[in-house]
Design a protein around this ligand. Structure first.
Ligand code: PRP
Ligand code: URA
Length: 212
């Protein structure tokens, strides 16, 4: 992993790079795209969760007593609909009882503004919970900032963002508004084109994951 700053982690593992290359390829069919997106999601979630807290416990092995740990954080997943569902599916398997708050955002194709269409959050959350905002594409950063704001308003102290590909513009926007948010991504790409798409990116993540 390359830590370009303590708040930006670019995962540089060969398996991650290979998966991302399959996603970038315009010829990768939808079924392979979805399976590969799920695999990449597992790798990225694993990296993003390296700071989870644990508490020591004793464990009895078939041979005798040993020492182990259990996770002690109150973890929240916040997938941004709809492309973030694939990251959520990967993360859910690691935490059978995890709490999931879906955030519905749609980018206006002309203004590129993030439009909220669904958010059902509680009135309060434990301030020391750890929130993982899950969104494969960090382009202008409008969607990520809108999703993070929801949890910031609830005074959550630790918010992470997990993406497949990030544009410099999106990273800058998120860190300008929320300097404490840690971004974990597989790549920082070159720029955004005039339609707000990441270049080279991988195209429309939601459409390619769901074959629409
Ligand atoms: C895509 C993507 C992000 C957003 C990123 O969602 O999944 O949520 O765009 O762009 P931004 O950083 O400029 O806000 P889209 O609005 O296409 O919705 P979808 O996931 O339902 O396809
Ligand atoms: N949303 C996507 O799905 N892809 C991009 O490149 C930008 C926004």
């Amino acid at each position: 992993m390359i830590e370009t700053s303590t708040k930006l982690r670019v995962v540089d593992h060969p398996l991650v790079k290979q998966s991302l290359t399959r996603l970038r390829d315009h010829q990768t069919p939808s079924n392979e795209f979805r399976a590969t997106a799920l695999r990449l999601s597992r790798f990225l979630v694993y990296e993003a969760m390296q700071d989870l807290s644990v508490r020591p416990v004793g464990v009895e092995t078939p041979v005798g007593p040993g020492e182990g740990v259990v996770l002690s954080d109150y973890v929240i997943l916040a997938p941004v609909l709809r492309a973030g569902l694939v990251l959520s599916e990967a993360a859910e398997n690691l935490f059978p009882n995890v709490r999931i708050y879906h955030v519905g955002l749609k980018r206006d194709e002309v203004t590129l503004e993030a439009i909220s269409y669904y958010a059902k959050l509680p009135d309060s959350l434990p301030p020391d919970c750890k929130v993982y905002v899950l969104d494969p594409m960090l382009a202008t950063g409008g969607s990520a900032v809108a999703a993070i704001s929801l949890f910031q308003k609830l005074e959550v102290r630790t918010i992470n963002l997990v993406s497949f590909v990030a544009a410099p513009e999106g990273i800058e926007k998120v860190h300008k508004e929320f300097p404490d948010v840690t971004i974990t991504t597989a790549a920082v790409d070159d720029h955004l084109n005039e339609h707000g798409y990441i270049v080279p990116g991988l195209g429309d993540a939601g459409d390619r994951i769901f074959g629409t």
